[in-house]
Design a protein around this ligand. Structure first.
Ligand code: 2AM
Length: 185
């Protein structure tokens, strides 16, 4: 059989999004919080290596369009900031349990605004719904989280990333496509 036929097929459409990806220490703290909430609410614990905060969800885009995204990201200006994740909540009848910041840092709002404008200018369509920063910790939970206040998780943010949703042997995973520093305005 020719070698090319043995390679996995390249999907014509790719499911991608920009996100904040936690450093190792922050991911560890988020994971501990996720475990505590999962113990209280049941459902499906998000794996430590999948925890993130979505900035812009592009959905399924043609594979060829993917090449334009690194250029968009590299041109963005932004400043580093610290996220204080101190609010617990749930959506969709408690099925999605998340951690969010009570106060959204202006630098995060500015980054998401610039990213959205730059993506729109490149012809990418984003959802019109307002940005609601959160880290999903548990899915398919069976009950409401026990409290809405949480001791803050301090997340120092100095970069943002482009991710692709992939399925490996039926398990959802994210592939890192690129990371760009918030190097100042
Ligand atoms: P969620 O964690 O609240 O489900 C990969 O799917 C990431 O993109 C997840 O963080 C997910 O948010 C987010 N996402 C999925 N569909 C989305 C949509 N239609 N609009 C905005 N974000 C979405």
């Amino acid at each position: 059989m020719p070698e090319a036929l043995l390679l996995p097929p390249v999907p014509a459409r790719r499911r991608v999004f920009f996100a904040l990806w936690p450093d190792h220490a922050t991911a560890g703290v988020l994971h501990s919080r996720a475990q505590a909430l999962w113990t209280a609410c049941g459902g499906r614990l998000m794996r430590r290596d999948t925890l993130h905060l979505t900035l812009a969800f592009l959905g399924e885009i043609p594979g060829a369009a993917l090449d334009r995204l690194p250029r968009v990201a590299a041109q963005l200006e932004g400043t580093p900031f610290t996220l204080e994740l101190d609010r617990v909540g749930s959506w969709h009848g408690h099925r999605i349990v998340w951690l969010a910041p009570k106060n959204i840092p202006p630098a995060l709002t500015a980054l998401v605004g610039r990213l959205g404008s730059a993506l729109n200018a490149e012809g990418f369509e984003l959802e019109a719904r307002p940005f609601s920063p959160h880290v999903t910790l548990v899915r398919n939970a069976r009950g409401a989280p026990p409290a809405t206040e949480a001791e803050a998780v301090h997340w120092p943010v100095a970069a943002f990333s482009l991710l692709e949703s992939v399925h490996r042997s039926g398990v959802a995973a994210y592939r890192l496509l690129g990371t760009w520093p918030l190097a100042g305005e």
